[in-house]
Design a protein around this ligand. Structure first.
Ligand code: T4K
Length: 392
């Protein structure tokens, strides 16, 4: 058996290795934080002993409790991933018709609307926060509008006060796509307490990960109960099916891993903070380059490090992207193309380029640099010096 595994490994590696060996190890935009493997074994042993693998098991219940405490929220329902959580969040509030959202996000934000047969209405973003611009929301409201779905892009808080004011005036629900906002605090409390619901992602590329995973944060036990029914096919008990629910349940291995991750989360975020500080110093004063502004009254989570490559920089964004790739640095264009430019959305009237000029400009300039817990000083210096060197 050992021999077979070894030979399988050799085949895999042979297939994966390029013909020419790269000069240095690749640097990816993200790397997950993996605690020492031996720390995870006792959790697995417990699962083997319990023989309880999913459906609201003991680790699932513990993680919901632990996350509520860590995040400073009252109720939270775990999910198998952030996208199913978004789809279910919209179902739970019976959102229909049209929903106002941002074109500057990961596709899942708008896809969750389409999966609910809801029409996305795109509104332009604020050039500083890169989040939905509240000043543009009112003009997009129609009699069919039922909700606003803003995204705390890169973990930067949306203008939550203005969004809520508009929602209250027009009787709209607010569901925040908070996939990037794990642990972010705003004005002394969890950012996730704003809006009717907030949706988190615990994907492998996120600050806090359960491999795949997500959660809906909600304000009361009644809403959580409905969400819990919906994520379990709509079952209230063995014979009562309350709604056409889905299977959105997180399993015990994911939940156990989440509990272990949580023990290390402060360390992970501290390490990311050091990377963020280092970049800001190293990239200061490069003509044409702008780092994302730090927001006031916010304790960030340092989930992304986006820069904007403006016209004064000697290379275009895409040329810099290529140059870094040639050097084995796998930066990403989060978020390019705009959601509104994708085939399933571009026919919508709100997807017209002249409706979204800021989102378009930023999407054409953005580059997300690598940031993760063990990206070391030397690697940050290497990336920053490559970027600076293009200026001659
Ligand atoms: N809303 C927003 C605003 C989101 O950003 C997302 C997800 C969602 C909703 C949906 O939540 P989930 O359903 O995913 O829970 C990645 C992630 O797949 C996606 O979760 C994330 N947003 C998005 C921003 O980024 P890709 O296609 O760029 O991932 P990928 O596989 O190219 O990974 C990027 C890099 O990360 C790789 O080059 C290497 C590294 N990596 C990746 C994986 C998967 C690892 O080191 N280990 C890994 O296991 O979408």
């Amino acid at each position: 058996m050992k021999k077979l595994n070894q030979s399988l490994l050799e085949v895999d590696c042979a297939q994966a290795s390029p013909k020419e060996q790269p000069k240095s190890a690749p640097i990816y935009v993200m790397r997950p934080y993996l605690p020492p493997l031996e720390e995870f074994i006792p959790y697995l042993e417990q699962i083997w002993e319990n023989k309880w693998l999913t459906n609201n098991g003991p680790f699932h219940r513990q993680l919901e409790q632990a996350l509520c405490e860590f995040l400073g929220v009252d109720h939270l329902a775990l999910f198998v991933n952030g996208t199913i959580a978004l789809v279910t969040a919209l179902q739970s509030l019976r959102i229909t018709g049209e929903v106002i959202t941002t074109p500057y996000s990961f596709v899942a934000s708008a896809h969750s609307l389409i999966w609910n047969n809801i029409k996305p209405v795109f509104v332009d973003i604020d050039p500083v926060t890169m989040n939905l611009d509240p000043e543009k929301i009112e003009a997009a409201i129609t009699p069919r509008t039922t909700a606003i779905l803003p995204v705390h892009c890169y973990g930067t808080p949306c203008d939550v006060e203005s969004v809520q004011r508009i929602a209250d005036t027009y009787g709209l629900k607010v569901i925040y796509d908070a996939a990037h906002a794990f642990g972010v605090r705003y004005k002394g409390e969890s950012l996730l307490n704003h809006g009717d619901l907030s949706v988190l992602s615990f994907h492998a590329t996120k600050v806090f990960t359960t491999f795949e995973g997500g959660a809906i944060v909600c304000p009361d036990a009644k809403t959580k109960k409905r969400i819990d029914f919906l994520k379990n096919f709509g079952f209230a008990d063995e014979v009562t099916i309350t709604a056409p629910g889905i299977n959105g349940k997180m399993n015990e291995v994911q939940a156990a891993f989440g509990l272990l991750q949580l023990k290390h989360i402060d360390h992970t975020i501290e390490c990311r903070k050091a990377v963020d500080r280092h970049y800001r110093e190293a990239l200061a004063n490069i003509p044409g380059l702008t780092c994302l502004a730090e927001s006031a009254n916010t304790v960030p989570n340092y989930s992304y490090f986006p820069i904007l490559v403006g016209p004064e920089y000697p290379l275009t964004r895409d040329a810099l992207y290529q140059r870094l790739r040639e050097n084995n640095i796998y930066v990403r264009r989060y978020f390019y193309p705009l959601i509104s430019d994708m085939p399933m959305y571009r026919g919508l009237p709100s997807a017209a380029a002249d409706n979204l000029p800021r989102a378009k400009a930023i999407s054409n300039q953005v580059l997300c640099l690598p940031i993760y817990h063990d990206l070391d000083d030397k690697q940050v210096d290497l990336i920053a010096s490559l970027i600076a060197r293009q200026c001659g």
